[in-house]
Design a protein around this ligand. Sequence first.
Ligand SMILES: NC(=O)c1ccc[n+]([C@@H]2O[C@H](COP(=O)([O-])OP(=O)(O)OC[C@H]3O[C@@H](n4cnc5c(N)ncnc54)[C@H](O)[C@@H]3O)[C@@H](O)[C@H]2O)c1
Ligand SMILES: C[N+](C)(C)CC=O
Length: 489
Amino acid sequence: MTIKKNYIDGKWVDSLSNKTREIINPFNQEVIAVVTEGDEVDAKNAIVAARSAFDHGTWPTTTATERGAIVRKIAELIERDKEELAELESLDTGKTVEESRGDMEDIAGVFRYYAEIADKDGGEIIDSPIPNSISKVVKEPVGVCGQITPWNYPLLQASWKLAPALVTGNTLIMKPSEITPLTSIKVFELMDEAGVPAGVANLVLGAGNTVGAELSINTDVDLISFTGGIETGKKIMQAASANVKKIALELGGKNPNVVFADADFATAVDQALNAVFFHAGQICSAGTRLIVEESIHDKFVNALVERVKKIKIGSGFDEATQMGPLISQDHLNKVIRYVETGIQEGATVAVGAKRPEDPELQNGFFYLPTVLINCTTDMKVVQNEGFGPVITVEKFSTEEEAVKLANDSIYGLSGGVWTRDIAKAERCVAKMRMGTVWINEYNLYFPHAPWGGFKQSGVGRELGKLGLEEYQETKHIYHNLNPVPINWF
Ligand SMILES: NC(=O)c1ccc[n+]([C@@H]2O[C@H](COP(=O)([O-])OP(=O)(O)OC[C@H]3O[C@@H](n4cnc5c(N)ncnc54)[C@H](O)[C@@H]3O)[C@@H](O)[C@H]2O)c1
Ligand SMILES: C[N+](C)(C)CC=O
């Protein structure tokens, strides 16, 4: 098997240690690739390349229109190679190929969106309060950016960082999750083909506590953008204080999906399933906390359980499959422990809570879709992110109680409200402390609207204009057209 390499200063290179890592297919544990295993030294080399490209290269001063054209070209290349990318993503993560195809469309859309808005904001002229002066505000790139991504949406989360960083003239070093690097490697090949200059975009493969930690602490890095778990986010925040780096943190969620009795019942049941079991629940915004009005609770749970029993789990490459495996043995063990904790705390298993018995699935990291009822907000299984195909169900009887339960969390990433009463929906979402709230919808996102968390779900925003501004410094330029001595001293 050819060893896949780091991409530093425009060249594909092995890590200096010559260590390698096997990449495993979560469906059957087969080795699907071998990649070089970078560490702090490789990260430092990439930082030197990115620093030099920023301080001495042409990229930061290339016009936004030209940078936008290159980013548009990346979108076209992703569309050209969409099928190959989708298959790689499914091999690496276990998600269905149909899902991965959807991801690739979203990813191309993100590159296109940022290519389009790249040259649409030329700054601002301020109405200066001082005669004979010009006061203007311009945007400039932040500098060298470290970008660290998770395993659940490897290329999608990478695209939310790469596209805005590039169009705004930054240079960058990306570290994908060490267990799912394949589509990131491929997209760096495409960025090279699109004409991104050497040193502007660098890729270092390897572990979080080596490559990731170096990117976070190194004082030649000006910004660190991280998507991943809350505990890692806290470490990165601390390390970033070494040079008061700018930080953008997209962290976890424990997201409430509130269903009122007057909601469209069938749609709310269907979307509650999607909200949590899509990608086996390995989604930051998964609607893992179902909060249902008491009067419809039993009927809702029964309908949910009937549908859950029919979910087809299997290979992401089988067109009939609706849910694939979890990402790894470690993660499967974590989900098993998480459910056991819930049961010990008093939750009742309505369906699932075990591994499938199908002999064909025994080599994969599968866990059955699980519904836990009789849950209360004080339980760990309701408060902690499980990141698996597990939904907890709580009851409420008043609108105030529904909002109170929804907000009772250290997280604030996203949430949903299901009702036909427009005023009630608006009252609820106005009080819900989350970065994204859906009304009669769940888990929808697109490049035009910002994404990010309240509370411990993160700092900053990705996507939309705010996602671009994360990669920009704001400079006020004051020009005195009639300089005269002040004569104070
Ligand atoms: N808010 C969002 O948009 C969003 C999107 C996707 C995933 N997530 C979150 O990501 C988590 C799952 O992903 P994960 O298990 O890969 O998360 P993780 O925190 O374990 O790892 C994420 C990345 O951080 C790296 N890392 C680990 N330790 C590090 C360190 N000390 N310094 C620097 N980097 C380090 C890892 O190698 C990986 O590349 C979940 O909590 C999920 O909610 C959030
Ligand atoms: C941000 N999102 C929803 C694409 C993936 C979260 O894990």
